[in-house]
Design a protein around this ligand. Structure first.
Ligand code: ADP
Length: 226
């Protein structure tokens, strides 16, 4: 698995970007009656946009990308389909990022068909214009070259995954025994990202819980990925 180019996003960035996104929405004159957070990445931005636009109505929908291994083709699904009545309401779908945009398009279609709002628009913090199938109605930042944004709400999940890649790759060259500092050093070297000691510890703890690492004589031993 290749090393991906990553950018660390801080909580302060998220607040600043959400505030900026809300100002753009306000300036356009669109005043949504209800905000729909696209789970999971849209939760924090959606809540902040509610705050900055003084909106009380917040609901959610989970749209998820999944890979069909056999077909090597990606599709998005609505994980928990349900119906609510949004007739005569203007809706705003909020997510963290439009990458391919597939999961958001699916969510928008689902809402238009099943929730019946008078209008739905899409707002995101970031829009990867080179990868996306469409341009969202509102975005705080256009990203021209694809990069993985390490948002604060996926810090542990990402750190765990990145460690897994490092461990798997390095084991091909016979490196299976690590100490804490060695793992952290490799992580920082690979991803040019420092998530802080607590996240490194938590991620290594999860790798042990999952039987991917085992502690032996003070060293972490890689047992292979599950
Ligand atoms: P899209 O349908 O917009 O391409 P995906 O279905 O690929 O989105 O991804 C869904 C979620 O995965 C996003 O809302 C975001 O939380 C996360 N994600 C996708 N691409 C990136 C990226 N480049 N950086 C960080 N997170 C991402």
């Amino acid at each position: 698995m290749a090393r991906v180019k990553t950018t660390l996003v801080s909580w302060e960035d998220v607040v600043r970007w959400s505030r900026g996104l809300a100002s753009k929405i306000k300036a356009s004159g669109y005043m949504p009656d209800v905000i729909i957070a696209v789970a999971r990445g849209g939760y924090v931005p959606a809540r902040l946009v509610c705050d900055f636009l003084t909106i009380n109505n917040l609901v959610s929908i989970q749209s998820q990308h999944w890979t069909e291994a056999a077909k090597a083709e990606e599709r998005a699904i609505i994980k928990y389909p349900y119906k609510i009545d949004l007739s005569d309401s203007k809706a705003l779908l909020v997510d963290d990022i439009v990458d391919t945009g597939e999961s958001l398009l699916l969510a928008k279609n689902y809402i238009q068909k099943n929730w019946n709002p008078s209008e739905v628009r899409i707002a995101v913090l970031q829009w990867i214009s080179s990868a996306a199938k469409f341009r969202p109605d509102y975005y705080f930042m256009e990203v021209k070259e694809w990069v993985w944004f390490q948002y604060p709400w996926t810090r542990l999940e990402d750190t765990y995954q990145f460690f897994k890649r490092i461990l798997s790759e390095e084991s091909k060259y016979g490196k299976v025994e690590w100490d804490f500092n060695g793992l952290v050093k490799k992580f920082v070297e690979w991803y040019e990202l420092d998530v802080g000691e607590e996240y490194f510890k938590d991620a290594i703890g999860l790798l042990m819980e999952d039987g991917i690492l085992r502690k032996e004589n003070g060293k972490y031993v890689y047992l292979g990925s599950k």
